[in-house]
Every structure is written in C-alpha cells, then in structure tokens.
Ligand binder design. Structure first.
Ligand SMILES: [Zn+2]
Ligand SMILES: [Zn+2]
Length: 307
C-alpha cells in the first residue's frame, strides 16, 4: 500500500473557496489509513484549533499550516507586479510550537500591514519568522511555478534557493501538482529540473478544495458567491475540472509514476511536524492571601462589603 500524506488542504475555513468540512476531512484521511493530515487554508488559520482537536479525537497527527498570499516585493507596496499578480501563493507548515507561533505572527502581519485584495506576507517577514516552519512552493499560483511557466527557469531556480536559504536545508520543498491543467505539466518539469540542479526535494500534493469528486459543483457555486458571479457568467473564475478532491494514496501515486520520491517525501514532512498546542484553560489573577485565611474563598467572604 502506498504511504502518502495530504499536505495541501482547503477546508470551509478557506472562506468561499473550500467546501470541505474539517470533521469529514479527518474521517476520510483516517479511512485511507493515513496517520496524519494537514490544514492549509487560504490566508487564515481560523480553523486551526477546531482541526487540531478533531485530529486528536481521531488519533490522527495534526499538521497545522496555511497557504499564504505573498507579495512579490514588499507587502507594503500595494500595486500589481510584472505579470499583473497582486500576490503569489506559498505553503507553510508548523513543525512545532515555535513554528505555530510564527504562523500566527505571519498571519497577523499579513492582515495588519500587508492587506491588498488579500492578506499578504513578504520576504522581509519570512526572514524574521521562519523558525520552526516547513515551506513548500505551492500550486501554479506560487512564485516559483509562475516563473517556470513564464519561461524563466534560471530565475525560478534562484528564487527556490532564496526560500531554501531562509528556511534551511531540508525545510523547503518543490511541490508537484497534477489536476490535469496544462500549465502544471510545464511547472512539474521545471520543478524536477530545479530539484536535480539544487538538491531541493520534491513533494506531491493535491490542491484539495472538497472531499469527494461529486462535490465539485458545490465548489463552483461557492466560487461564484465569493466572486459575485452566477454560474452562467461568461469568463468567471472557475476550477478547471473535478480533480480537486481528496484522492487515495494509490490515486496520488498513479499521478506521479515518474517521481515516486514526491510521494514518499510527504512522509518525511509528517515525521518533521510534531506540534503540541497547549491549552492552558481559563487564567484567573492570583491574589496573595494573608496567612490567617485558609482558602481564597474565606478571604473573599471576609472582604465582602468592607471595601
Ligand atoms: Zn494555491
Ligand atoms: Zn491551495
């Protein structure tokens, strides 16, 4: 049986861009015999705690992450870029508590001073908050795949090395995806070439936006609501086909017969990510109690009405 972990997953917390409920996602991963699953919602971590608890209840290791939007230059520059992109995509996953805290810092920064159509980060904040994180090049909307698709392989390779240097060797991955989109073929070839040149490892993901194949229509309707279009609007934003569902490990392996390491490397990331979120519970102020009062309650009752 193929060993594989899904590391790029959008739940319904990817607001109006994900039709998969967290509980259903965890249950399906479990039914495939997966020992872990990731959450990488778009531009937020609103579902992280719900996801963490659902995973723990089901004896599945939670890999908390986020698909960030990233400005090409500074997050503070709020105009389009060379290719008319307002932002690129980037996947970050927490290895531990430091990584989890850095994900939160990055998210806050993105909303507070990087917001332009979407909450955006940039290289400056990645350099500041990179510790404890695994990074991956994301879908064809990622900056490295975009450069490859635009015929700039050398630039793509140096961009990949820039990420690799920030996150440290072994913490940055080139992400292969194949939903049948023609650009993905070009991107995958380029990513494999860069991997060969630089030694940066590849992983395979499916950009999951809904649980089962038959849910693709529901996803289309969500996108219409999110972009204020109807299903009949010409030129509306649409998913290419019905391939953005949670595939079995064997289905995933069948998509990448030419790169089996992309499948097995997902298990590497699974081993690297061991986040334990502390739930301290309610925190009450501590009062110093004079020695003559045995308990806080006694002190409170005595004090009542005297102040
Ligand atoms: Zn993406
Ligand atoms: Zn995605």
């Amino acid at each position: 049986m193929t060993e594989f972990v899904h590391l790029h997953n959008h739940t319904d917390y990817s607001l109006l861009d994900g039709a998969m409920k967290i509980g259903d996602m965890v249950a399906k991963a479990k039914s495939f015999g997966m020992k872990s699953i990731a959450i990488t919602d778009h531009g937020n971590m609103f579902g992280a705690l719900n996801f963490y608890e659902k995973c723990r209840e089901n004896d599945i290791k939670p890999i908390v992450g986020c698909e960030f939007y990233m400005a090409e230059d500074s997050r503070k520059i709020k105009t389009g870029t060379e290719f008319g992109n307002k932002y690129y995509h980037l996947i970050l996953l927490a290895k531990d508590n430091t990584g989890y805290r850095n994900l939160m810092k990055l998210n806050s920064t993105a909303y507070i001073d990087g917001y332009y159509y979407k909450p955006r980060i940039d290289f400056e904040v990645l350099e500041q908050y990179h510790e404890g994180l695994v990074c991956s090049s994301a879908c064809i909307a990622g900056v490295v795949p975009k450069l490859i698709i635009n015929g700039k392989l050398d630039e793509a390779a140096s961009m990949a090395m820039r990420f690799n240097d920030i996150f440290g060797k072994g913490n940055y991955f080139l992400e292969l995806q194949d939903h049948g989109i023609p650009e993905e073929k070009i991107s995958n070839q380029g990513l494999l070439e860069i991997s060969k040149r630089t030694g940066i490892p590849v992983i395979a993901t499916n950009d999951i936006h809904y649980l089962n194949r038959e849910h693709s229509t529901a996803q289309e309707l969500l996108i219409c609501i999110g972009t204020q279009k109807t299903i009949n609007s010409p030129g509306r934003l649409t998913f290419y086909n019905d391939q953005f569902y949670m595939k079995s490990p064997d289905e995933m392996a069948a998509l990448f017969p030419y790169a089996p390491e992309a499948i097995s490397n997902t298990k590497l990331i699974e081993e690297m990510c061991n986040l334990e979120i502390e739930f301290p519970g309610p925190r009450f102020p501590i009062f110093e109690i004079p020695a003559e009062f045995p308990t806080q309650g006694d002190y409170l009752r005595q004090d009542k009405g005297t102040g």
